[in-house]
Design a protein around this ligand. Structure first.
Ligand code: NCD
Length: 324
């Protein structure tokens, strides 16, 4: 996939494969400015006159709120579609909806149940940039930018890190994008923990490894390394299972073996690490650890999500002049 190479203007944001170090740095620099602006309650007119369409065709609370908040913080307007069931929409109607959105707005944000749906949207959007807010079990690039920014804020680097990623590695789009994002950097090592049925696909492991990231599959909590910088837990993606009783069974087993508890953190964690989750954390992280100072999912990750999306939309619309 063609790299952004530090020039975002007019481009669709579909996958972490588009990102190089320079482009991620640029997002972080601008996200830093956005954070200062928000914390000082400074009104902004960066997106005044712009409209962002949010085609949120799968359930979403945080991501949807975060995009709406990001646009409004920048003085822009939003329109949303939320109640359409994509598999029930014919491809012709889908195309018409995208064309309507393109005619009415300057950016289209799309979440959809099919892998590749954001790329398809970009092909028919008449040059209006598209931002992938989750394409089925594919990718979720803006989540990864906020995850990387949270890790970077904590450790001041994205090289030479050790992480543990646990949960649904087959269908977890946030995981796919995060591994791809961390493989842009050097000497990162990730331990992968998942139910046998929900491992990262073998061909994905090989292709990520080719990019230089070290991936180590582990089988149980006893193999979690003591020196991890971050733990990233993701729920089993119930909506991707055609057999819901199979989901219930795998999830029961998963929760009993791998859910983060106070005890697990005490046994295998360390004092400097952070505990991350793209949310919802249903079952995979127990509420008893929510107020542990290492838990960053309800605070920093959500905040960074707004700043990163503000930065990204500013860059995509070419409105960043004079900001950093
Ligand atoms: C994630 C998603 O939808 O992919 N959540 C999110 O965007 N906040 C992860 C998940 O649903 O488990």
């Amino acid at each position: 996939m063609e790299k952004i190479g530090g020039n975002f203007e007019g481009k669709s944001i579909l996958s972490l494969d588009q990102f190089d170090r320079e482009s991620i740095d640029l997002v972080f620099q601008h996200a830093g400015c956005m954070g200062e602006m928000v914390q000082k309650c400074m009104p902004s007119e960066i997106l005044t006159g712009n409209i962002v369409s949010c085609l949120i065709l799968e359930p979403s609370t945080r991501t949807h709120f975060s995009f709406l908040s990001a646009v409004k913080r920048l003085g822009g307007g939003t329109i949303s579609v939320t109640d359409i069931d994509p598999p029930k929409v014919s491809s012709c109607d889908f195309e018409k909806m995208v064309l309507d959105a393109a005619a009415c707005s300057d950016i289209i944000v799309i979440r959809h149940s099919e892998i590749g749906s954001a790329a398809r949207t970009a092909e028919i959007s008449q040059g209006i940039p598209v931002i992938n807010a989750g394409d089925g079990a594919g990718e979720h690039p803006t989540q990864t930018l906020l995850d990387l920014s949270t890790i970077h804020n904590r450790f001041k680097r994205l090289d030479e890190l050790t992480g543990v990623i646990c949960g649904d590695l087959t269908y977890g789009r946030t995981v796919h994008s995060l591994i791809s994002g961390l493989s842009v950097y050097k000497r990162n090592k990730l331990y992968l923990l998942s139910p046998d049925k929900l491992k990262l696909a073998r061909e994905d492991i090989l292709s990520y490894k080719d990019r230089g990231i070290d991936l180590i599959e582990i089988k149980g909590e006893d193999q979690i390394p003591k020196d991890a910088h971050f733990w990233y837990w993701v729920r089993l993606q119930k909506e991707r299972f055609s057999d819901k009783s199979e989901y219930a069974e795998v999830n029961r087993d998963f929760v009993s073996r791998f859910a983060v508890t106070r005890n697990m953190l005490k046994r295998h964690g360390n004092k400097d690490m952070i505990l991350m989750c793209p949310l919802p954390r249903v079952g995979v992280i127990l509420p008893e650890v929510d107020d542990d100072p290492r838990s960053v999912y309800f605070g920093q990750q959500i905040q960074n999500g707004v700043y990163v999306r503000m930065a990204l939309m500013t860059l995509v619309l070419g409105k960043e002049r004079g900001l950093v």
